[in-house]
Design a protein around this ligand. Structure first.
Ligand code: GRF
Length: 209
């Protein structure tokens, strides 16, 4: 089955590009962005992926915004949402409608260094200030809070003695580009089960199974 994936992004869109270019058992069929000048829109154009600009600010209420998102997602027959540097909160109605079908990438090893206000360079700065020896990237399911949903994949990145927030961000981003497409593909292969907060990944089926 080819899963239809919508990528939500607010920034440069390097994760969008990695997800789109490494698609095996899924297809990125939509980009949703809240900023009309975001770099992700240029990348979407280059890869011929349709994009929609939808800002929550343009709606009178959260409910109207949620309904308009749901309408779009249903019209485009979206199976899975990938949040890739999307800086707006996903309305509760959408989280409910797509429960277990929204993933987010976070540039640290959750549950540490996550939560409201901890995004982008702030995360890497916090990791360095805490003198951690490892950081990393996490792909997790989205619930109604910030960065608290069940974790699907994580990969460590060592913190080096002379790291700055920029240098650490660059190495973590390279790992994000690997694990986000991998995580989506695991779901597309039907290998992920989520029960409450517990996520299990089934081994690959071989011809002998
Ligand atoms: C990534 O570091 C991601 O972890 C965070 O936002 C950044 C997005 O980068 N949530 P890009 O727009 O995909 O290049």
């Amino acid at each position: 089955m080819n899963l239809r994936v919508a990528v939500f992004a607010s920034g440069g869109g390097s994760n969008f590009q990695a997800i789109a270019e490494n698609a095996l058992n899924y297809r990125v069929t939509l980009v949703v962005c809240n900023r009309p000048k975001a770099g992700v829109l240029d990348r979407a154009r280059e890869l011929s992926v349709p994009a929609q600009v939808l800002s929550p600010r343009a709606f009178e209420s959260d409910k109207l915004y949620a309904n308009s998102l749901l309408e779009l997602l249903h019209a485009e027959r979206i199976d899975l949402i990938a949040l890739a540097g999307y800086l707006c909160k996903i309305p509760a109605l959408v989280v409910e409608a797509f429960w277990g079908r929204i993933l987010n990438i976070h540039p640290a090893l959750l549950p540490r260094f996550g939560g409201k206000g901890l995004y982008g360079h702030r995360v890497h700065k916090a990791v360095l200030e805490a003198k951690e020896s490892f950081s990393g990237a996490t792909v997790h399911f989205v619930d109604e809070e910030y960065d608290t949903g069940p974790i699907l994949l994580q990969k460590k990145v060592p913190v080096l003695p002379n790291d700055t927030p920029d240098s650490l961000a660059e190495r973590v981003l390279a790992v994000e580009h690997k694990i986000f497409p991998e995580a989506i593909d695991l779901i597309a292969q039907g290998r992920v089960q989520i029960k409450g907060r517990r996520v299990t990944i089934q081994p690959i089926k071989t011809h002998d199974d």
